[in-house]
Design a binder for this molecule. Structure first.
Ligand code: PMP
Length: 390
């Protein structure tokens, strides 16, 4: 028998291409910022998670260089073997200080932090309730945990209540998992009400602050701070790779939770520690987030200006949120692709997001503190033109 056991891969790729779901990375040829170079052209960048403009900040770059010179390029082992440096612990204590939690644990990415935390705190006899629009890392963490995972309608606490009433009593532990800022629409989870519900049904809560850290709250701690929920028992997960401009993830919470994760979370125990460069850059970023609230003020001004121009003045059908993330829904995947390339022709770089990432294809826009008024005006004009093609 000479059948090719891998032949199905090309067939699957064909199916993906026919559905306009095929994706491949595009290379940015300049340093990060509000304007980037892509395929030899300068484009205004609305596709970045670098909300505070820190990824290209010289202070982060110098911190990464100094740490590399002192400790080398790689951590050489996992944290429990040879990979631990004082720098990692310093970063964890800085994150705990930002989040006002007892402790924190740094992972190699936000994705691994979510997997590690979820899989460690629930198992086969437990229940997970997960917002339908949660990030892939939360969904995959739930699947990997072996717990019974049920989805509730997006930000719908009535549906969550019904599901708790129907199911909670049959399970030992229950974990509610949610993004705080949803990554595709930019809307916020109703955290205080969700925490009250969790208290009533004796559930743990894990909130993913990936898009909120550095952006929300007076000191940039995230939505927990924005909503005044700091101090409530809560597992806060996040990333060092968005507003913090580096790479890595974290869990922040009680000292007991962090101690437990250090002994249980496979995605922390069995992987190489964060590089000294990433840890040092993130540590510098946490300091800047706390000491330079003006960056958040500028971001908020850009959010308000964009909404005023796009929604109030031009009545564009974009999602209306408090966060820097906006979406322009389009009729299908092909329209999103065409929209994305038209925007490029008009000097704008914004992500065309299609299934399977989202059910409704769209142009996703993310704003940065470093965008200027002219950038926002050019974006609104270009979006209006894209709509005229749709
Ligand atoms: N959670 C959310 C909501 C995210 O958007 C992302 C990144 N796209 C992650 C987690 C994963 O973070 P990281 O990129 O650090 O793995």
């Amino acid at each position: 028998m000479n059948a090719d056991p891998y032949a199905w891969i090309e067939k699957s790729l064909d199916t993906i291409r026919r559905a306009h779901w095929y994706r491949s990375p595009q290379s940015i040829e300049s340093s990060p910022g509000p304007v980037v170079e892509l395929a030899g052209r300068r484009l205004i960048n609305f596709a970045s998670n670098d909300y505070l403009g820190l990824a290209g900040d010289d202070r982060l770059i110098q911190a990464a260089i100094a740490a590399t010179k002192e400790f080398g390029t790689g951590a050489t082992g996992s944290r429990l073997l040879s990979g631990h440096r004082d720098l990692h612990r310093e970063l964890e204590l800085a994150i705990a200080n930002l989040k006002q939690t007892e402790d924190a644990l740094v992972f190699s990415s936000g994705y691994l932090a979510n997997l590690g935390a979820i899989v460690s705190v629930v198992g086969k006899r437990d229940l997970i309730l997960s917002d339908k629009y949660n990030h892939s890392s939360l969904k995959n963490g739930a699947a990997l945990s072996g717990a019974t995972a049920l989805e509730y309608s997006h930000c719908n606490l009535e549906d969550l209540t019904v599901k708790l009433e129907q199911n909670r009593a049959r399970y030992r532990k229950c974990l509610i998992i949610t993004d705080s800022v949803f990554s595709m629409d930019g809307d916020l989870c109703p955290l205080p009400q969700l925490l009250a519900l969790a208290g009533k049904f004796n559930c743990m809560v894990l909130v993913d602050e990936a898009h909120a850290t550095g952006v929300f709250g007076a000191s940039g701690a995230g939505c927990a701070e924005h909503f005044g929920c700091t101090g409530t028992p809560l597992m806060q997960v996040g990333t060092l790779s968005k507003a913090l401009g580096s790479l890595g993830g974290y869990v922040a919470g009680s000292a007991a939770l962090i101690d437990f994760l250090r002994n249980r979370a496979a995605s922390w125990i069995y992987t190489t520690a964060l590089t000294p460069a990433d840890a040092a850059a993130a540590l510098e970023a946490v300091r800047i987030v706390q000491q330079e609230p003006e960056r958040r003020v500028r971001l908020r001004q850009n959010i308000e200006t964009f909404k005023y121009c796009a929604i109030t003045n031009h009545q564009l059908p974009i999602t209306n949120s408090l966060s820097p993330i906006f979406s322009l829904p389009l009729k299908d995947a092909a329209a999103a692709l065409i929209g994305g390339s038209k925007l490029k022709e008009m000097g704008i770089f914004a992500a065309a997001i299609r299934p399977p990432t989202v059910s409704v294809s769209r142009i996703r826009i993310s704003l940065m503190a470093t965008h200027e008024l002219a950038h926002l005006e050019q974006l609104v004009e270009a979006l209006e033109q894209v709509l005229s093609f749709d």
